[in-house]
Design a protein around this ligand. Structure first.
Ligand SMILES: O=S(=O)([O-])[S-]
Length: 140
């Protein structure tokens, strides 16, 4: 089974700009995606979401479908670079393991996530993460 590749937020952003068959998937809950904010251009496919907070049984199939529709004519498992992002890089590891197990060859995750780890005041967004590094993001 191929390895998961850890990327810093800036490395992930660069890869997504430079790699034609690449996609950034935000795997956080719908509430986080909508109200905390998300990277511009990311696609939301939750790994765990309300109301049950259990692993999404369709996670792998949803990503497969997305890639097939977006990159017509390529083999999604082999040719697409899939970059996952969560809050601080833990859930994305779990979700990535499911993709690797299913045969996806190029799976990456943003090791600091969108918000980064908590600081000494228990605040996120001050020591790392996609937003902290000034990368493009939006919220509703
Ligand atoms: O999404 S998480 O890494 O904060 S558990």
């Amino acid at each position: 089974m191929p390895d998961l590749h850890d990327l810093s937020p800036k490395q992930a952003y660069a890869l997504l700009q430079e790699t034609p068959h690449s996609v950034l998937i935000d795997i956080r809950s719908s509430m986080e995606y909508l109200f905390v904010g998300h990277p511009v251009g990311s696609v939301h496919i939750a790994w765990i979401d309300e109301p049950d907070w259990v692993e999404n049984p369709d996670f792998v199939a949803e990503i497969q479908r997305l890639l097939e529709n977006r990159f017509k004519g390529c083999n999604p498992k082999q040719d697409a670079s899939v970059v996952l992002i969560c809050r601080s890089g833990k859930r994305s590891r779990e979700a990535a393991a499911a993709l690797l197990e299913a045969g996806f060859q190029q799976v990456m995750h943003v090791d600091e996530g969108f918000e980064g780890e908590r600081d000494e005041n228990h605040h996120r967004g001050t020591v790392g993460g996609w937003r902290f590094h000034g990368l493009p993001w939006e919220q509703c």
